[in-house]
Ligand binder design. Structure first.
Ligand code: ADP
Length: 767
């Protein structure tokens, strides 16, 4: 007994013997380790009272033991599980085996199976889960063979679990063996090599047993022992509704496009004759007139302008409502922009006998990046309203910066008037479409109630805010906050040119390519007043023919024309006639205000553009900019000018001082350098056009990198900051949305540079 006892002490077993009275007379030492009771504390005790979970269960057990000892019933040798309560109150699962020893002692041997029981329980639970969930769960080996699948596979795909085990899954659910292999390989790479490829393994269309297809979304993760687990959810109906939604969206977009195209075309159709009405009225107003005739014509002109602005407003609103309005991001002079708008309204204010002042606070930056046209439009509307609704007193426009970060300045603009004000219950409606604060507004003040609706939408598009405060009979304050990016100090000289007066004679040879007869006549009359010689071509082909015969100083080219449009004609002039013809500046005339049209025009080689109906000053500024400066001088100034100042005049984009010094003014070398650079510029444009389409940023980076030193050498200071920014964008592939705008800018500069270089070459040849 002693050696057996020693042995039992080492073995992790509960051994208990009970005498015929039901008292414990032996407890193994290991029992304490398992249930916490010291063997001694149990001796003489009633076992069932101490460790049974429920009293009734204990009583039953006691009853059975007594009957076994008194041989009334037979003992069973089969093991059985029963829970037991430990000293600390916790519960353990014990597997018991009972026996009867010779001296009528009942012996129970118990093994702790708690841990095993728990895993069993979890397994039962997970089995229940796997059997009941609606997603498919697979366990697969490294090679993709499925070793486990839950019954959902039958529910979703119709295959029984057995049917898809092993490699059969890949054969059955993919039509195409190649696709199956690719998915298998991509899954392997994802699970074991942590590589995400191009193939979408998380959403795939697979074949069901009845031949239909279903979309399954997969979650894939590593399992144990080199397996992986895939959980697949049926998303067929979700995909179907997504497709429906997309279709509905496309249809909606299509009809919106039809509406927009219609509006764009209509506005074009209306604007063209209107252009003629306003233009001819202008011309008539410049002639000798009786006072009542002048009055009638002025009314006509005003009505024309109102109609034009109404058309523009309707078009803008429709573009804004369909999110189609393009916002520019270009550098401009904010001070000048504000001055111009205020100046435009000055006359109106003076007529009404009220003052209109612009107060620019000191901290307002000069150069900013944003959309100058839209800002102008917003300001014109707000100042226009302030002047319109003020009959005495003043309108003050105050502009300052309220918050500055490294890149953005928040511009605070306040337009305050001492006008009629807005009644408080109408103040919230003034930004609505076709709303006016009072029903008689239109009759007394004119207007349609569209202006502020457009302003509000534009402000939102520019990521700004607008508010209004007003007191009826006292005045209104419109407050605008607009974030604008900071700009450098560029392109000053161009801006200066615009403000020149339009009274000088230009004396240019101009080719006007335009199909509309009234526009032809209008432009011709206007241009002849500036002492220009105007030849007219009715379409692109006629234009090309005329250029083959005569070298003009400038071509004004309509874009939309029958037979051959402006794009085609420009391509031919710039590439196929002669070097000299290619150097003639071509100005696009367009009634469309789309960025794409402009981009396309510049892409085919046009040098600049002007919108129809054009403003006299704008046309004048363009002609002055691109017309031959030496000619202009010979008309306006004394003849004895030397060649030198003429050369300086030509260059507003290039500065050859450095090169002249470097080449010791050697004409032949200078010529060669210019010719090479012209080729480089063409190559640069070629690469840019090609690689932009391919989105090949590294090639674009290389191209900008290559051209950069020459840009400095030829003193193209306007282009230097742009090419620098572009280079950074291409290298870091960040801010790619800025590329389009910068490229358009670059192309304008390059076109100008090329012109100037060609003129320079011509001068060098003459030397
Ligand atoms: P419109 O000026 O063409 O009527 P808007 O949309 O520009 O349309 O303005 C809507 C309405 O808001 C105006 O009709 C006018 O009643 C009111 N409103 C706008 N600006 C002012 C202002 N500065 N003072 C008084 N009322 C104004």
């Amino acid at each position: 007994m002693e050696s057996a006892d020693l042995l039992l002490n080492d073995v992790n077993l509960i051994v208990i013997s009970i005498d015929e009275n039901g008292s414990i007379n032996y407890v193994s030492t290991a029992t304490e380790k398992i249930i916490g009771y010291k063997p001694k504390s149990l001796l003489g005790e009633q076992w069932w009272k101490k460790t049974f979970l429920y009293e009734e269960e204990g009583e039953l057990f006691k009853h059975k033991v007594c009957k076994i000892i008194s041989k009334e019933i037979e003992i069973s040798n089969k093991p059985y599980d029963r829970k037991l309560q430990c000293k600390d109150g916790s519960v353990k699962w014990i597997e018991w085996r009972d026996s009867l020893s010779g001296n009528n002692t009942f012996v129970s041997v118990g093994v702790d199976i708690t841990e095993w029981k728990m895993t069993e329980e979890i397994k039962t639970q997970s089995d229940a889960i796997l059997n009941s969930i609606t997603s498919m769960v697979f366990v697969s080996e490294k090679n993709g063979n499925i070793i486990y699948a839950n019954p959902a596979v039958q529910e979703i795909l119709g295959y029984s679990v057995e049917e898809i085990l092993g490699d059969k899954w890949w054969e059955l659910t993919y039509d195409n063996r190649d696709e199956a292999l690719k998915v298998k390989e991509a899954t392997y790479n994802y699970v074991y090599n942590y590589v995400k490829g191009f193939l979408d393994i998380f959403k795939r269309k697979i074949k069901t047993k009845n031949g239909d297809y279903k979309w399954i979304e997969w979650q894939i993760s590593k399992g144990i022992n080199d397996t992986y687990i895939s959980i697949g959810t049926d998303i067929t109906s979700r995909i179907a509704s997504e497709i429906e939604l997309k279709k509905a969206k496309e249809t909606a977009e299509k009809s919106l496009k039809v509406k927009n195209d219609f509006l764009a075309n209509m506005s074009h159709e209306i604007r063209t004759p209107l252009n003629a009405v306003i233009g001819f009225t202008d011309l008539l107003l410049e002639s000798e007139l009786k006072s009542d005739q002048r009055n009638h014509l002025e009314t006509m002109r005003n009505s024309g302008e109102i109609l034009l602005s109404l058309i523009n407003n309707v078009l803008d609103l429709s573009k804004l409502e369909s999110d189609k309005l393009e916002i520019e991001d270009i550098e401009f002079n904010l001070h000048k922009n504000l001055f111009e708008v205020v100046n435009l309204m000055k006359l109106k204010a003076e007529e009404k006998g009220i003052t209109l002042d612009l107060v620019i606070e000191e901290n307002l930056p000069m150069q900013v990046i944003g959309d100058p046209t839209r800002l102008g439009q917003i300001m014109l509307n707000l100042i226009g309203n302030a002047v319109k609704f003020t009959n005495e007193g003043s309108v003050v426009v105050r502009v300052k910066v309220v918050k500055k970060t490294a890149k953005i300045s928040n511009i605070h603009i306040e337009i305050k008037d001492t006008g009629i004000g807005i009644v408080s219950n109408k103040i919230n409606t003034v930004f609505g479409v076709f709303t006016q604060a009072k029903s008689d507004t239109s009759r007394i003040y004119g207007g349609t109630g569209l202006g502020l609706a457009i302003v509000k939408k534009l402000v939102k598009l520019l990521k700004g805010e607008i508010q209004v405060e007003s007191k009826f009979g006292v005045g209104s304050v419109f407050t605008l906050i607009l974030p604008l990016k900071k700009g450098g100090e560029m392109a000053k000289e161009e801006e200066l040119q615009i403000s020149t007066s339009t009274s000088q004679k230009l004396g240019l040879n101009i080719l006007l390519v335009e199909d509309n007869k009234t526009n032809q006549l209008l432009a011709k009359t206007r241009l002849e007043r500036w002492d220009c010689n105007v030849d007219i071509a009715n379409n692109g082909i006629e234009g090309v023919k005329k250029i083959q015969k005569k070298l003009y100083d400038i071509v004004l080219m309509d874009i939309q024309m029958p037979v051959m449009d402006g794009y085609e004609a420009t391509k031919i002039i710039k590439n196929d006639i002669s070097k000299k013809a290619a150097a003639i500046p071509i100005i696009a005339m367009t009634a469309y205000t789309s960025k794409n049209d402009i981009k396309r025009a510049l892409d085919v080689g046009m040098n600049d553009y002007i919108f129809k109906p054009f403003k006299t000053e704008e046309l004048y500024a363009l002609l002055k900019k691109y017309g031959k400066p030496d000619k202009e001088q010979s008309i306006n100034e004394v003849e004895e000018l030397t060649i030198k100042p003429k050369i300086e005049q030509v260059r507003s984009n290039i500065d050859l001082k450095f090169l002249r010094e470097e080449t010791l003014n050697e004409t032949s070398i200078l010529k060669l350098l210019i010719e090479l650079f012209l080729k480089d510029l063409d190559e640069f444009i070629g690469i840019v056009d090609l690689e932009l389409v391919n989105k090949n940023w590294s090639e674009l980076y290389k191209a900008t990198h290559k051209i950069k030193p020459s840009i400095a050498m030829f003193g193209i200071s306007k282009f230097e900051p742009i090419i620098h920014v572009l280079m950074n964008i291409f290298r870091e592939e960040k801010n790619l949305e800025d590329v389009e705008g910068l490229i358009i800018k670059s192309k304008v500069i390059i076109a100008n540079v090329k012109n100037e270089l060609l003129t320079e070459l011509k001068l060098l040849n003459d030397e």
